[in-house]
Design a protein around this ligand. Structure first.
Ligand SMILES: Cc1cc2nc3c(=O)[nH]c(=O)nc-3n(C[C@H](O)[C@H](O)[C@H](O)COP(=O)(O)OP(=O)(O)OC[C@H]3O[C@@H](n4cnc5c(N)ncnc54)[C@H](O)[C@@H]3O)c2cc1C
Length: 334
């Protein structure tokens, strides 16, 4: 109670606000009601960099285990558990009123989520309701009000200072280390879930693609195919290689648009952002929109029959070859 009063006083009295800041961050957990997604652990590292108190919101349906795991993250002071059927499907429409209520009650200075499809759907809605500007896809934090993000498909880096009193931020996971879920002992508080059942939308079902391969955004090795693969069937060449390397398989937008593979495999500006230890681009030209999603990979290998392909400008190792010969040869040698 006392600390809430102090925080409110500091924020509303400009004289004191310039002398002291008391940061208080709400991290919206992304999970599947069983496990916390790694992206939330990256987001927690970003929250720690901001400083001050960190609270995690675990909202879902029968998601107590997730909340208990979040309590183990070192540096987290509190976990709010909001368990209700209303949060089935984690729709932005159902979660927004809950977040607004918590923000109003606890006067958070920052609200963070990962820059995934979940965060990208949720945060702009929360920001619009609070009448502040969302700050998307940050890659660094200079101060509690100053953030770094890429613009123009990663061709320029922008540092921006936010004057909003609540900063709504999505975090690029690959730019922050994973905070391990150990060493912490946060309190878990069940928040009243009121009635968040909605009239506007009703969650019906989701169909998730199943794969035994590692998840694309957290895989240590990613092999991606482009238009040069020529068909969906030919992606089998990459799956066989991926299984030998315990790799995830991604694709360029051209390969997705051509219907070779589903769009959850797309890497790039309008797809997923990855930064694995090893990225192998096969039959991909290296358009800036594709590079925006993978150029932070530690080692980049490109296989392309065109020696002038722009991908070779970012590749650490390049192989000018016909992929239909090179990939089977490589697979056989492993
Ligand atoms: C707003 C916007 C957002 C976009 N977002 C994304 C995005 O998120 N991700 C993305 O990837 N793109 C995105 N794009 C599209 C992007 O501009 C490119 O069109 C796309 O990345 C090209 O894909 P590609 O390299 O597979 O195809 P291409 O550019 O057609 O390249 C195919 C390559 O395959 C090589 N090749 C062909 N046959 C062989 C062979 N037998 N052996 C070896 N090499 C071979 C060719 O030499 C060529 O370099 C976006 C575009 C816009 C405008």
């Amino acid at each position: 109670m006392f600390s809430t009063c102090i925080k409110t006083l500091l924020r509303t009295t400009s004289k004191f606000a310039s002398l002291a800041r008391y940061e208080s961050t709400l991290v919206i957990a992304e999970h599947n009601n069983e496990n916390l997604f790694p992206l939330t652990c990256n987001t927690l590292t970003a929250a720690k960099k901001i400083g001050g108190d960190i609270t995690v919101l675990v909202a879902g349906t029968k998601c107590q285990t997730v909340a208990q795991n979040a309590c183990k993250a070192k540096g987290v002071s509190k976990v709010f558990l909001a368990d209700s059927d209303a949060f089935k499907g984690f729709t932005a429409e159902s979660l927004t009123p809950l977040i607004l209520k918590l923000c109003n009650e606890h006067k958070f200075t920052h609200i963070l989520a990962g820059a995934s499809a979940f965060g990208k759907a949720l945060l702009p809605r929360v920001a619009a309701k609070l009448d502040v500007s969302p700050i998307s896809d940050i890659i660094n934090i200079k101060a509690s009000d100053t953030f770094v993000r890429t613009i123009y498909a990663g061709n320029a880096i922008e540092t921006l200072k936010s004057k909003d009193n609540v900063k709504i931020i999505s975090v690029r996971g690959t730019a922050f280390e994973l905070l391990p879920l150990e060493g912490g002992d946060a309190k878990c508080e069940t928040v009243p879930t009121d009635d968040y059942t909605l009239n506007q939308v009703q969650y019906i079902k989701q169909e998730l693609s199943k794969s035994d391969r590692p998840e694309l955004t957290s895989a240590k090795v990613v092999i991606s195919g482009g238009r040069g693969m020529k068909s969906g069937e030919n992606f089998q060449l990459l799956y066989t290689l991926a299984d030998k390397l315990n790799a995830a398989v991604g694709a360029s937008r051209a390969a997705v648009d051509a219907g070779f593979v589903p769009n959850d495999m797309q890497i790039g500006q309008t797809g997923k952002i990855v930064a694995p230890n090893l990225y192998i681009a096969v039959g991909i030209s290296g358009a800036i929109q594709h590079l925006a999603g993978m150029k932070d990979s530690k080692t980049i290998v490109a296989i392309n029959k065109d020696p002038e392909a722009p991908i070779f400008q970012v590749a650490d190792y390049g192989l000018v070859a016909d992929l239909f010969k090179a990939v089977p040869e490589l697979t056989e040698k492993l």
